[in-house]
Design a protein around this ligand. Sequence first.
Ligand code: UD1
Ligand code: MG
Length: 398
Amino acid sequence: MWSIVILLLLSFLAYVGTIRLIPQLGDLFIKAGLYGVDLCKVSKEKIPEALGVVSGCVFLVVSFLFIPIVFGYNLMDRETFPHSEFAELLAALLSICCMLLLGFADDVLDLRWRYKLLLPTVASLPLLVVYYVNFNSTTFIVPLPLRQFFGVSVNIGPLYYIYMGMLAVFCTNAINILAGINGLEVGQSVVIAISIVIFNVIELRGDQFKAHCFSLYIMLPYIATTLALLQYNWYPSKVFVGDTFCYVSGMTFAVVGILSHFSKTVLLFFLPQIINFLYSVPQLFHIIPCPRHRLPKYSPETNLLQASKTVISKKDLNFLNSIILKILSVLHLIEKHEDSQNIVINNMTLINLFLIKLGPMSEVCLTSSLLIFQVFCSCIAFIIRYPMASYFYDVKVK
Ligand code: UD1
Ligand code: MG
């Protein structure tokens, strides 16, 4: 427990350090050409981009400093040194470090989408290797109602590794596509991280004590540095966090989910991101045109945001996109206008869906509404994870 107390202290120092570093480095980023323009403001001033690299580096430095603290006690005795736990922590930090590097490359080079899918897969390899060496458990516990068909557990073998690789790809990209308004990328990550910490603290009393302690070792410095970043990224943003931040965050959540064996619970905390991903699928796979930016449209007259639009030429209509448009219209999930040549619909993101359902609103109000929804989904996740899980499993779900 003393190691958690030291980590809390280190995390506080990391928070103070990040708060000081970000304003000092902002100008350097602009000079290096790393800046963006806030598309939801009248002012076209340059705002430093990719500052997630600063919070990410401080997070990693603190985690590295923490290694001798947590393993120091065993360093003298080679016989009893916990090699497997040490390898887990190193692999976790290596995967996060890889993602920081690759995310920064993405911010500088603006990579194509196919690489955005490939990068997290490569970065998750150290993690999967350690998982193979330390656990190699590829078994799913079957819920009670399905046991008559599949038995108590199903071993899915190599498919489990594909599932874990895909989890890393999903977590990194899901945060990046629920983005575009001040404070949303960082805000959602803070809510997910706090939910994971609450879950770990509840589970500390259980038999998986060590795994949840491991998760806390990673999550506490992450939250500290991310809270510092949020102060600058909250409306009106003085810095943008870049894809670097989204990738580091997604990989951090995937890492603790995989190595602490609660990946399904992590996915429950990603409910808004899952909804946003599923809603976005037709645009992500270019079944419906996808502009470079899908963030809401700012109206300077009212200072409010409204849903941004995409145009489909009637000539490009085919069976697949027509049926998707039909289903979404019947379900009232899109706003659709048409003239003789074109059909105009909203860009399919959860952010725009909120604007359609709740009406135009200010940027800060929109971010707050989406974050309240994220908190609401975390509450649902806890209800599914605790009271409801006992209806489906006679043992705890991992
Ligand atoms: C993803 C989204 C894109 C969205 C963008 C916003 C998909 C497929 N891609 O692309 O639709 O527009 O994120 O981050 O869904 N920006 C703001 N205000 C903010 C944050 C960002 O105006 O609060 C703008 C700035 O111009 C900034 C740019 O977005 O420079 C960053 O976009 P980037 O992260 O490069 O976009 P993608 O991740 O490729
Ligand atoms: Mg981005």
